[in-house]
Design a protein around this ligand. Structure first.
Ligand code: MCN
Length: 793
């Protein structure tokens, strides 16, 4: 079935209420910490209080003697059992042809601790209280070393080396684009706009902290890991093949209900391996639930880029070339997908929505004594959008153009469009998004609102951002050529039961995105059922055939497409059964709205009759067809999907306090065909809140001298709250994706990608009359007030 016909099916585009909400809203969800296995013990990790220290010894004796303790493990135990380090899933090759530096990432520190929170030992006891008390008794002989936390410091000559394998802290230098063409374009430019930016480091903070239970079954020699994770099959593959050297069929990974991830639960973390490994040594299930303060220290962080950008234009504001240099902070170790974030997922987006003929991007990635940095909602694409949409607005101001006019002049309007940075966009209508956003935001009324603010002693500004992102990750062969060490397909199994209801097993994982509803809508629409007749199973390597999981807004466009493929097979087989029942030829059978008919006759049988016949095959072509109606499909996309849109933010600033209030926020997105508008709206709201949070409130700060995490709790790290936002105005444009059978483009990250530059552009627009020219995120009251004072003096 093609995307055009699919979009017309009954439940597509319907705001079906979320099936999963009953259990979530009535406290019936089952999260990892809710799972109570007989004989469970509890783990507490001893973490380094130093950002960088040599470990001269670990004395476990007092802890081992403490009440209830049944095991204490350190790096020496890990080494003795030949447990390998955590792998990085993406190989980046430097411009000089050498591979990135990949220092070992042991699951418990060996010889050195490299960031505050680095796991040094694991204590296991009968109760959590006993494990906590005993953890205090583990005596680690640390010899503190100088720490480096900022990318600007990491690259200084003589900076303390995080790893001996990378004495200059440099992990890789990577580049994309044609530098000589870019230099030539700059030589002929009428104007060049330049900008230095910092993309602030963020802490993910999902509602449910990470948690895991390792369980070994001595009778079957099988391990089960329950874990709050976004891709259980990937977790199993990495842990078995790369770290523990176990056969995959002896390990089951179950990711039950998961309370948010935002990227931070994609990765194979040290704790997960420690629990699995030690559960066999102790022959007891071991549970670990991360404390909130602990999560600040040891969950993978996001962003942390320092960039310089230059945009060359002709005299009319047409973009001729873009040149970017970025220093990316990778933290102390390479997390699972860390190396891909500031390269493949970032630089390839720097053409944006524009016809800029030449783009050259150079990225230097550095190790520092901080928590590992990896994908966080948007992963590379928010960093690209922030840089591009900031410099585009700055260019508009430099050229005396309005923010929308400069964008209009440079929009891509012909598709497919090949960018100079590898990607080929299939569809889009960028001017339509911009014009709709202008209407919804009532831009025409802005001068009057600005005057009204002024009359109250307040400053008002407006900011634009026209983002594009590449999601629905992605063709395996292209990803492989770019360094991926894994495939990026998805798998779906559709099991039709004899009574005609359906269970679907998907390799995607829902941790807040509502797959149980939207995937059911897809299946119900195809088979002429109601969404209630379809159950979605995910998150269990023991039940789902295979899966690459959920990240990069790939679930509907890749996971959904795999289910569509399985449905094609179901439909093809069901038609044969129906043809037999109606004594017709297969080619004459049509299937619509759950009924099989024979062309040119009034014969019909229902989907339910066919399902029953498949399992009660009394009148059945057994010589030609197997009984049963159960099909599995794998789907590997041929391209990313390219959601895009225009966001307009209006802020009001009190110049006396520096407080920024978002007064209006308009988001017009193109997600192609939409399955469930209510869920998509919720996804956009969540993304906007995270993006505006980054722009105004959130900031992860390490002390530059000591490497201590200064913002280590919600008292210091400001999470956005509902009353920080106005009612969002949302609009949609639909250009269906041409490379998947649903026509969908991912929506899960867009809000977080598009919103930060819209906010900062609005803040700078408001502050322009005072002479403030630049400001880094987050535009906190303190920073804004300081900028105003500096401009005044
Ligand atoms: N959808 C739709 N029509 C479309 C696109 C999507 O109806 N055209 C629906 C999908 O069927 C799905 C939801 O919207 O129910 C999101 O779909 P998709 O864009 O495919 O994204 P994923 O399901 O792959 O989710 C991943 C994405 C990412 S990468 C992050 S990070 C993120 C996000 O989703 N983390 C989240 N949203 C989150 N929402 C919650 N509550 N918690 C998280 O951790």
């Amino acid at each position: 079935m093609g995307a055009t016909d699919f979009a017309k099916l009954p439940h597509i585009g319907e705001s079906v209420r979320r099936k999963e909400d009953y259990r979530f809203l009535t406290g019936a969800g089952q999260y990892t910490d809710d799972i109570a296995l007989a004989g469970t013990t509890y783990a507490v990790f001893v973490r380094s209080p130093h950002a960088h220290a040599r470990i001269n010894g670990v004395d476990k004796s007092a802890a081992l003697a403490a009440p209830g303790v049944i095991g204490v493990f350190d790096g020496a135990d890990v080494a003795a059992d030949k447990i390998a380090g955590l792998p990085c899933g993406w190989l980046i090759t430097s411009t000089d042809g050498t591979p990135m530096k990949e220092p070992a990432h042991p699951i418990l520190a060996q010889g050195k601790a490299r960031y505050v929170g680095d796991h040094v030992a694991m204590v296991v006891a009968e109760t959590l209280e006993q494990a906590r008390n005993a953890a205090e008794l583990v005596n680690v002989d640390y010899e503190p070393l100088p720490a480096v936390v900022d990318v600007r410091d990491a690259q200084q000559a003589g900076a303390s080396a995080v790893h001996t394998e990378a004495p200059d802290n440099h992990c890789y230098k990577w580049a994309i684009g044609d530098k000589s063409q870019v230099d030539a374009a700059f030589a002929n430019a009428a104007h060049v706009t330049r900008l230095d930016l910092t993309n602030n480091r963020l802490v993910p903070n999902a509602m449910e902290p990470r948690a895991a239970i390792g369980h070994y079954n001595r009778a079957t020699d099988e391990y089960t890991l329950y874990v709050a994770n976004q891709n259980p099959h990937v977790e199993r593959l990495l842990m078995t093949a790369f770290v523990m050297g176990l056969p995959e069929h002896k390990v089951r990974v179950i990711a039950p209900d998961v309370g948010g991830g935002f990227g931070s639960k994609i990765y194979l973390y040290a704790e997960d391996v420690c629990l699995t490994w030690a559960s066999k040594k102790l022959n007891r299930p071991i549970k670990w639930t991360c404390e909130r303060a602990e999560a600040f220290l040891c969950d993978a962080h996001g962003r942390d880029h320092v960039s310089h950008a230059e945009l060359a234009m002709d005299q009319d504001g047409k973009f001729l070339a873009l040149k970017v240099h970025t220093d990316a902070n990778l933290g102390a170790y390479l997390s699972t997908f860390a190396s891909a974030v500031p390269t493949i997922l970032y630089a390839t987006l720097l053409a944006g929505q524009y016809t800029t003929p030449q783009v050259y991007v150079e990225v230097d990635a550095w190790f520092t004594n901080t928590a590992p940095v990896d994908a966080y909602r948007g992963a590379g694409r928010p960093e690209a959008t922030y840089l591009l949409e900031r410099i585009v607005t700055r260019a508009a101001w430099d050229m005396g153009l309005s923010q929308d006019e400069i964008r209009r002049r440079n929009f891509i309007t012909q598709f497919p469009y090949q960018t100079p940075v590898a990607l080929q966009y299939d569809t889009g209508d960028y001017p339509a998004c911009l014009e709709q956003a202008n209407q919804l935001a009532d831009v025409a009324g802005f001068p009057a609102r600005q005057a009204a603010s002024k009359a109250r002693g307040l400053l008002r500004g407006i900011g634009y951002s026209s983002y594009i992102e590449a999601c629905g990750l992605a063709p395996s062969n292209i990803a492989g050529a770019l360094g991926a060490r894994a495939g990026l397909f998805e798998c779906g199994e559709v099991r039709v039961h004899p009574t005609g209801s359906v269970t679907v097993f998907t390799g995607s994982h829902s941790h807040g995105q509502g797959h149980e509803t939207t995937f059911a809508q897809v299946v119900a629409s195809r088979l002429g059922l109601t969404p209630d007749q379809v159950d979605i199973v995910h998150g269990d390597t023991g039940r789902v055939p295979f899966g690459m999981g959920t990240y990069g807004s790939r679930s509907i466009s890749v996971g959904g497409a795999a289910i569509m493929r399985a449905l094609d097979k179901i439909e093809a087989k069901a038609k044969k059964i129906a043809a037999h029942l109606m004594e017709a030829s297969d080619a004459d059978v049509d299937f619509t709205n759950g009924e099989f008919t024979v062309k040119g006759t009034d014969k019909k049988v229902t989907f339910g009759q066919v399902a029953l016949t498949a399992y009660v095959p009394h009148n059945y072509p057994l010589d030609k067809l197997e009984p049963g109606l159960n099909e599995t499909a794998f789907y590997d996309p041929t391209n990313f999907t390219y959601p895009a849109g225009t966001y307009i933010c209006e802020v009001e600033i009190d110049p006396e306090t520096g407080v920024v209030r978002v007064d209006r926020f308009t988001a017009v997105d193109d997600f192609g065909t939409i399955i469930n508008p209510m869920i998509v709206e919720g996804q956009v709201h969540g993304g906007l809140v995270q993006g505006i949070g980054q722009a105004l409130l959130e900031n992860c700060v390490y002390d530059r001298e000591t490497g201590q995490l200064v913002t280590g709790s919600f008292m210091d790290y400001t999470m956005p709250r509902a009353d920080d936002f106005p009612e969002f105005k949302l609009g949609h444009v639909c250009t269906p994706c041409t490379t998947n059978p649903l026509g969908t483009k991912g929506c899960g990250e867009a809000g977080a990608i598009g919103s930060p530059p819209a906010v900062i552009n609005a803040v700078l627009d408001a502050l322009a009359p005072l002479g403030v020219k630049d400001l880094d995120m987050p535009a906190s009251p303190h920073r804004v007030w300081e900028a105003i004072q500096a401009a005044r003096s």
